[in-house]
Design a protein around this ligand. Structure first.
Ligand code: MG
Length: 391
């Protein structure tokens, strides 16, 4: 029996992970879950799965939880430290990290240090601290399995293959809601348009990242660390139908692709069932019904964040951490309606340019670069706000 700690149970990946777990009660069980403050979603989960440990964001949420679920038998904790406690729970064999942002880094490192299987949906963890994760994996031999659909595809294409025979990793991208837009047209987009992704229904942060192509940029860095390839070996191709989830090209010219209907429950289950495959009621792909698959180059002029991500993937050091943290903060400003969508890239670029790069940052230095970049964007954002709201 696999025993799971699920970090981030109330988000899109979290709730879908619990759906997958419910399909296979004979194979997997829930030991610990963490949620932020969303008790409306957490309370029924607690009732249904009776985890031994529940972690919430803060003491206030914990008090509310206690009041609302007086019969809950397990332990209740709060705060960032407790996330690591869930990830390193002695009974846990598998950890799903479905947190948003670089919050996932420390629990991921600690779980891998104990040799746990970590199913990672949180790409920011690898972007912010990929070199640290890589180091821990080499030393301790834990297992890291991607949940991100593109990386799950590559992971599946590489099964039984040798990395020395891989030429190129081809990441597919839907192109987001603004595919084909010009820079000029991008200036007029509304928050509602940004939050309406043509293929995937996801949380707000990743949906904004998909519209700016930052999501694909983060995935480039994620792929670099997951598969140990250089950024020059990674290519992005826009594929609006979202049927080919990614591809691997080998030295002999053969290309292996993984296909399926867009459904995150499939990569979640692949990560949980590995090295087996389990039955699934997910809708099946019928290519004759899909009809046409199309492909095009990404537009790096209109969507410079993808270009910046390739740049920081090559430069390395603390720059990817800065790119990621600056983006998280810029997206937050955008969602709070304090920053126009088209200005997100400029703000991130300014943070990249002002940062004093560390070549081999330690965990404290990674966390410091993360903090610095957030502060930089916050201050730039509030300057922006005061200049735009003045008469
Ligand atoms: Mg993805």
């Amino acid at each position: 029996m696999k025993r799971l700690a699920l970090l981030g149970s109330t988000g899109s990946i979290g709730t879908q992970t619990l759906d997958v777990v419910s399909r296979h009660p004979d194979k997997i069980t829930i030991t610990a879950i963490s949620a932020g403050k969303n008790l409306d979603v957490l309370l029924p989960q607690a009732e249904r799965f009776s985890p031994e440990l529940i972690v919430v964001a803060d003491e206030e949420t914990a008090q509310k939880f206690k009041k609302a679920a007086p019969s809950f038998q397990g332990r209740l904790k709060w705060g960032e430290q407790a996330l690591t406690e869930a990830a390193t729970h002695p009974q846990v064999t598998h950890v799903v990290v479905a947190l948003v942002g670089s919050l996932g880094l420390v629990p991921t490192l600690r779980a891998l240090e104990l040799g746990r299987v970590v199913a990672l949906a949180n790409k920011e963890t690898l972007v912010a601290g990929g070199h640290l994760v890589h180091e821990v994996l080499n030393k301790n031999g834990g297992t890291l399995i991607p949940i991100d659909s593109e990386h799950s595809a590559i992971f599946q294409c590489l099964k039984g293959e040798s990395m020395s025979e891989v030429k190129t990793i081809w990441l597919t991208a839907s192109g987001g809601p603004f595919r084909g837009y010009t820079k000029e047209k991008l200036k007029k987009v509304t928050k509602e348009q940004v939050l309406h992704h043509p293929i995937w229904k996801m949380g707000n942060k990743i949906t904004v990242d998909s519209a700016s192509l930052m999501n694909k940029g983060l995935e480039v860095i994620e792929a670099k660390w997951l598969f140990g390839v250089s950024p020059e070996q990674i290519r992005v191709v826009v594929h609006p139908q979202g049927i080919i989830h990614s591809m691997v090209e080998f030295v002999d010219g053969s290309v292996i692709a993984q296909l399926g209907l867009p459904d995150m429950k499939t990569p979640i289950q692949v990560a949980l069932s590995f090295p087996e495959r389990w039955d699934s009621p997910s809708p099946r792909l019928n290519l004759a019904q899909v009809g046409t698959l199309t492909f095009e180059e990404p537009d790096l002029e209109t969507f410079p964040l993808l270009r910046y991500a390739f740049e920081v993937a090559s430069e390395g050091g603390s720059l990817p951490t800065v790119l990621n943290a600056a983006n998280e903060e810029a997206v937050r400003l955008f969602l709070d309606e304090d920053l126009p969508f088209c200005e997100i890239p400029d703000l991130i670029h300014a943070a990249m340019k002002s940062h004093q790069k560390k070549t081999f940052p330690s965990l404290p230095e990674v966390l410091e670069a993360d903090r610095w970049a957030r502060q930089f964007v916050k201050e730039a954002g509030s300057r922006e706000k005061s200049t735009t709201t003045k008469p």
